[in-house]
Write a protein that binds this ligand. Sequence first.
Ligand code: CA
Length: 514
Amino acid sequence: MNPLTIRMHARDNVAIVANDGGLAAGTALPSGPILREAVPQGHKVALADLPAGVPVLRYGIPIGYALKDILAGSWVHERLLDMPVARGLDQLPMASVRPAVQPPLEGYTFEGYRNADGSVGTRNILAITTTVQCVAGVLDHAVQRIKAELLPQYPNVDDVVGLEHGYGCGVAIEADDAEIPIRTLRNISLNPNFGGEVMVVSLGCEKLQPERLLPPGSIPITDGRSNELDVVCLQDEVHVGFLSMIDDILQTARRHLDRLNARRRVTVPANELVVGVQCGGSDAFSGVTANPAVGYCTDLLVRAGASVMFSEVTEVRDAIDQLTARAATPEIAEAMVRQMAWYDAYLQRGRVDRSANTTPGNKKGGLSNIVEKAMGSIIKSGTAPISGVLPPGEKLRQKGLVFAATPASDFICGTLQLAAGMNLHVFTTGRGTPYGLAAVPVIKVATRSDLARRWHDLMDVNAGSIADGAKNIEEVGWELFHLMLDVASGRRKTWAEQWKLHNALVLFNPAPVT
Ligand code: CA
């Protein structure tokens, strides 16, 4: 076996071991040092002697400082590193970088469902919105009946999804931040994959009344239908017995299914894609293989005029100077700083900081700390100027590369990107997660060939081929781009869709619970 190490930047004084199973003590590395001890796959090896206190450089930046003398060929793990403090939010470079303008990418299309509000769906799904968790059991029963009894009569409808969530009355609904989960639910109900067919199941006595969730005018209606909200209220006096509630939901669903079923895919330009990218279960390869390939694809999408969101505040916080520098205008850079400052304060309430992000699996995969993780994470955003900042739960109304401020939690990030109007999701993973969403296709990209081999029927793209030397970043980036057009068109299903794997919607509710 040829020893294979990957160094990300000419300044780096560490490299990661790429070989499956890691490398044994005594292995001579092509770059010079002989391993003084066994180094697991994805973990760092010192390329030179690192005296105590010197910066340990990966991606060309300090990911930590040596806590003691580290000899060349040693395993550089997190217990040998002192983590840098987070950069302050003042005196940042604001819109100082002018990335080279990339030529537009023209002629790429997909087959999508055009909506009345101009957005485009990649799937044709009946979503049933709920105002409160209390109705979830009833709705779930109804959804099972709809799937079994109604859906077979509507061959053009892909699925029916109950938008179940944990939001109940025990929430201080007038608190400042309470608007975040409310607008998240509102905007998810209007996701392009639901075709503008909004129906609500309500309990009746909840704090979040249907009219507050979806006020008049929030649902775009163009075909002369009544714009009255379609609500099934379980406490309504017409309901005598459980089955009358179910019948009511089924009858209401039928009206929406009739209209959804009449829709057809049409050819639309690739600029109608609204792509959310995120990562989960990251390892040291995330920033070497999958995220660079996604970043290359992000640039292709931006060149094609599409919208791309990257998110996960705690995973970009340590790269804030790179991001404010890449903002298209000083105002956008300032908006980014405001989101970071809000999140710093939010974490401070719990007396933690962004370093609470890393997991045992991240560390086992070679990521020493959040700085190293963040440097690998932001590569998903590619190289385009950042043309907007979206607060959590808001709907995206622009093209180009946008920072959508969300927690890094896979489910909360995915939920907020759905609210933003995402119609396609790209998810990179190194440790492996079977993540999926019911409302939107999720394309999963593996960072390592070993994961792609073992999880061959869960991972859609293997970016590990980049570390193996079989493909380069551009090739995997293009492969992902073409797969996205196929998946968006319904010609291909993701593995998560084939197995019907989907995680819960998880609302971001920073407001107090009563
Ligand atoms: Ca995540």
